[in-house]
Design a protein around this ligand. Structure first.
Ligand code: UDP
Length: 246
């Protein structure tokens, strides 16, 4: 069995939350170059299917995990199954647990002004060995961006959470990786909102039955248009998925 599954061109690592967080901690301990972690769901894979440059960008990351039950189903359809999903927020939590044991630093970048500060306070309460060294909201112009990068580099954190939504966060990390001094950059969507408590994760009922998308749609009906990509993703994988080399 290969270590990756090729879903419409995106080569997703067949690893679970535990393995992903172990790998991130290895990077924290050993790395002398900046690593990146992305967690594509069906919508992100559809973006990559339409945009070869974005697909290349995703495939150049150090870890790419399956965030969403749609990606797990797709891996079964292409007959190279992933055991379980490894969602960005879950990877973040498990990694923070491990970082807390040895002591380490985190920088939070993304979400609306003030949200990262609340998230940081909650994180330091729950993971006392983690020091949140800096915060930047995710709404910036070019000038503010320079200040954000300088600030991140001043603290050179072990982990940098970049939560700008997809594909903005993946593109931002890829564009700035060379000038960043963080050890591992994780592009993990709405995770800062969840750590802050401003957005709730779907209750277990929805995740267990593979209908987390329905919960998110009920909570944020404005997601409807982008969610049309979910059935499109299913059809594309059924029609073309097996023509991609595994
Ligand atoms: N966001 C941001 N800057 C932007 C656009 C979005 O910081 O220019 C934040 C937004 O406030 C939210 C997160 O990015 O906290 C996107 O969350 P979402 O759940 O939509 O992530 P996705 O599902 O796209 O990964």
């Amino acid at each position: 069995m290969s270590e990756k599954v090729n879903i419409l061109g995106v080569k997703v690592d067949k690893i679970n939350v535990e393995q992903a967080s172990d790998k991130i901690m290895e990077f924290v301990d050993s790395t002398n170059c900046v690593r990146s972690v992305f967690t594509p769901n069906s919508e992100i894979i559809m973006m990559a299917y339409r945009d070869p440059e974005f697909c290349k960008l995703l495939n150049s990351s150090d870890i790419l995990t399956a965030d969403g039950i749609g990606v797990v189903y797709a891996s079964k359809i292409v007959k190279n199954p992933i055991g379980e999903r490894a969602a960005g927020y879950d990877i973040a939590c498990r990694t923070l647990e491990k970082l807390s044991e040895k002591g380490g630093t985190l920088y939070l970048f993304g979400s609306k002004p003030g949200v990262a500060e609340t998230a940081g306070a909650n994180i330091m309460k729950k993971y006392p060995g983690v020091k949140v060294v800096g915060y930047s909201d995710g709404y910036f112009n070019e000038e503010k961006e320079k200040t954000i990068i300088a600030n991140i580099n001043r603290y050179a954190p072990d982990l940098l959470f970049v939560c700008l939504g997809a594909p903005k966060q993946e593109k931002w990390i890829a564009a700035h990786k060379a000038e960043l001094k963080a050890k591992v950059c994780l592009g993990i969507g709405g995770s800062i909102d969840v750590f802050a408590g401003t957005v709730k994760r779907a209750p277990e009922f929805f995740t267990k039955h593979g209908i987390e998308w329905l919960y998110r749609l009920l909570k944020q009906p404005s997601r409807f248009v982008r969610m049309l990509d979910l059935p499109r993703f299913g059809f594309k994988v059924l029609l073309k998925g097996r023509s991609f080399p595994q």
